[in-house]
Design a protein around this ligand. Structure first.
Ligand code: NI
Length: 184
């Protein structure tokens, strides 16, 4: 099943998501999240974006890399993740979000992280990620905390996208996937 994606302005995107009870069968939800992400050509999708305020996201960072890249992407689900540490060099990368179509902005984040999470079989993992995979994880993890990439923009950069954000909330945009607009 492909879910509609919640657009910017919906309060669920600003809420801290709830932890999921260990052992809960999430296989159908995770499959649907992969299908929804793929349908929208996304590299990541967090549960709040399909109107479910729980701590789960899926990513496919391989789409951001090609065979010439040294880094290999991953396609994976993260349940109840905790970023334990972020380190390495800060660098800027232009991010976008399926909930905020037509808006992109350079965001600065550290290039490495260590994360603890449950995989889809409820095995507890602790792993280090870097590069594009780390970047996608940081963006999706923020969704579980109620943080959007545009929240990092300040001053002029923030003002320049303000009217575009209102357009997104009103559905005055065109996307190839279905969305839920809070102001329409
Ligand atoms: Ni996003």
């Amino acid at each position: 099943m492909i879910y509609p994606i919640v657009a910017y302005g919906n309060p669920i995107l600003k809420k801290e998501a709830e932890e999921i009870t260990e052992g809960t069968d999430l296989s159908a939800l995770i499959n649907d999240m992969y299908a929804t992400m793929d349908h929208a050509n996304g590299v990541g999708l967090a549960a709040p974006q399909i109107n479910q305020s729980v701590r789960l996201f899926v990513i496919d960072s391989s789409l951001m890399l090609d065979e010439n890249d040294e880094e290999k992407g991953i396609r994976r689900a993260f349940i109840n993740p905790i970023i334990l540490d972020e380190y390495g060099d800060d660098y800027g990368f232009e991010e976008g979000c399926l909930s905020i179509p037509e808006v992109r902005a350079e965001i600065i984040r550290p290039d490495k992280l260590t994360i603890e999470y449950f995989d889809e079989n409820w095995n507890l993992k602790e792993e280090e990620f870097s590069g594009m995979t780390a970047r996608v994880i940081q963006h999706e993890y923020d969704h579980l905390e109620g943080i959007l990439f545009v929240d990092y923009l300040k001053g002029l950069k923030k003002r320049l996208i303000q009217s575009k954000l209102i357009d997104v909330s009103k559905g005055k945009i065109s996307t190839d996937y279905r969305m839920i607009y809070p102001l329409r």
